[in-house]
Unconditional design. Sequence first.
Lengths: 212, 183
Amino acid sequence: MTCDRARTLYLAGDAGDDELAHLAACAACRDERSALDTTRSALSGRAMWLEPAPHIADQVVAMISGSPAAAVREPRRRAKAWTRLAAVAAAVVVAVGLGIATRPPAPDWEVAMPGTEAAPAATASVKGWNEEGGTRLRLNIAGLPDAPTGSVYEFWLTSDAVHVSAGTFAAAGEVELWVGVARRDYPRLWVTLEKLDEDESLSGVNVMDTGY
Amino acid sequence: MAGIARPLSSKILRRFAAGDPEAVRALYNRYAKAVFTVTYSALRDRSLAEEAVQATFLQAWRAAGRFDTDRDPAPWLYAIARRAAVDVHRRERRHQGREPFDTDMAALPETFEHTWEAWQIRLAIDEMPAEQQAVIEAIYFLGLTQAETARRLNVALGTVKSRSYRAHQRLATLLAHLDEATA
């Protein structure tokens, strides 16, 4: 009796007396029992076998293709120098080929977001582009200290008691975010300071806020 | 830690990092089932899970410029998928008025606990030959016996047994990988 055969038959639900005896006697296999049980349980669940509807793929690609990619996507931070140069060269070629097509359009709205008592020197302008499926946001932040080590700032849109996160950032300057809701439905824009831990609750430390 | 799924070609990953929408489709085709397994496991609602799948790939595309094309995209994509499910869960709780602001929202449902294992198992299934997938899907999802599976797939009972054995052997081999990941 090998460990491989005993585990395979146990996982398949076909373990006989010999395999069960091996699994009980073999220390390595005893250690595997819980993982085997977890796998059997997972295999029996609907989540393992259901699939997203076929049109979801087309929707994803359509949303991506219809967005101003260069403006929305975050900057490459680990690019090697030659890669950056190649990217610049490619961008020039595209710009020449497309004329002004790559110029960011004017925002659909812009609002000032002052600091709160927690960050009285902070101020930001928030520009928004209303797009299919959500809103692209560009923040220009000044006077906000860098987030302490182990924390980040999180940007929220709120309607009454419903809060939707648009993402996180660590320092003032220009920040680009995306959120899957419209500002007309979530008029309050605000920023909290959140610790990077397993706690999913909001900290309640509000550093900038437009109010309603 | 070695990845379970056969990685996409480096050419596809470079195109993905460059923002090519069709490379996103290739990434979707490879990982969408596993992403859906994660989001559906966590949310237990098809519509919400599909919404989280969309959010996962959109967020992946937005962050693609920071993706290291020398690395396996699977763990990176899993983290995005789980976060997307958490975001949808939090939003739904608040819409339902069950989780007002300034209350303790730390506890996620138990459905979020084993999503990493589910992700790994789904990737392993995706890597199996189609005939092995069909056998274990019939046994586990449809609840068929091996004899019933043989009739359904129009193959001999011995064929079902051998395919089932090889499929489970593959999954059992995966478990050592899971143990390493969760140790």
